[in-house]
Design a protein around this ligand. Structure first.
Ligand code: SF4
Length: 241
């Protein structure tokens, strides 16, 4: 088992390699924090194109946030049907808006920028349907708070590399990886983006493209011969003939 300082060193090494591979990006997100928040809920388990279409259709049919909150549920489900699981996401969105209006009198989360990172995280994660991933994306992308979104791609790639243990949840991974990295929003944004892209394009769920991966020499999964030693890593499957 590797020590924390070795893992911190390995994490920074992987980060540096992906910086060189993908290039450092400026922090970017939707211009409106409400769009970022609701868009992240819509983005769960669907493509970016489907998320964008669902958000646009919802806003065309219900231009005011009060209208989204008060829409008959089947109508809102229909408006966001291009995103997967609209029957789950629509109640989340309405519950979130109900809480927001009740607590702040409006659909506006700009005040989060004035709170400490801890207070902003605590405020967001007590809202219905808002987990660590949604909260960290909003706080990092829109308010440049030093947090690290760990989505399925970041989770899988860091697990295969051996930066986090095989049974570490995405929530715990957030804390562990953050302890290895500088608390700098630009660094954390690029770490998130690069691992996300790497998981989408190279270290895919099935058939990771290890032969073209810049992290190959430091990867536990690769060094072990690609055996399913990690809990979230499925067995490599042979391509269908
Ligand atoms: Fe993923 Fe393979 Fe790269 Fe390891 S070597 S990070 S398993 S693509």
């Amino acid at each position: 088992m590797q020590s924390s300082s070795n893992l911190a060193h390995k994490t920074l090494d992987a980060h540096q390699r992906l910086n060189e591979h993908y290039g450092i990006q400026p922090i970017q997100g939707y211009s409106d924090p409400m769009h970022e928040l609701i868009g992240t809920i819509l983005s769960h388990r669907t493509t970016h194109a489907n998320e964008v279409m669902a958000y646009r259709t919802m806003r065309e049919r219900f231009p005011q946030w009060e209208q989204v909150r008060d829409a008959p549920l089947p109508d809102l489900i229909d408006a966001i049907r291009s995103a997967n699981y609209p029957e789950i996401k629509a109640p989340y969105i309405q519950n979130l808006l109900t809480h927001l209006f009740r607590e702040t009198g409006q659909a506006n989360v700009d005040f989060l920028g004035q709170l400490s990172t801890e207070d902003a995280m605590a405020w967001l994660t007590k809202l219905p349907g808002i987990g660590m991933k949604t909260a960290t994306i909003l706080l990092l992308f829109k308010f440049q708070k030093p947090v690290l979104p760990v989505d399925t791609h970041v989770h899988r790639v860091t697990q295969r590399l051996g930066l986090i243990g095989p049974k570490v949840s995405a929530e715990k991974a957030h804390t562990i990886l953050l302890s290895y990295l500088p608390l700098d929003a630009l660094v954390l944004f690029n770490f998130h983006k690069h691992f996300y892209w790497h998981g989408q394009r190279v270290c895919t769920w099935y058939f990771p493209k290890c032969s073209e991966c810049v992290l190959q020499t430091m990867c536990d999964y690769y060094q072990s011969g690609g055996t399913p030693v990690l809990s979230s890593t499925p067995t490599r499957k042979k391509p269908a003939k």
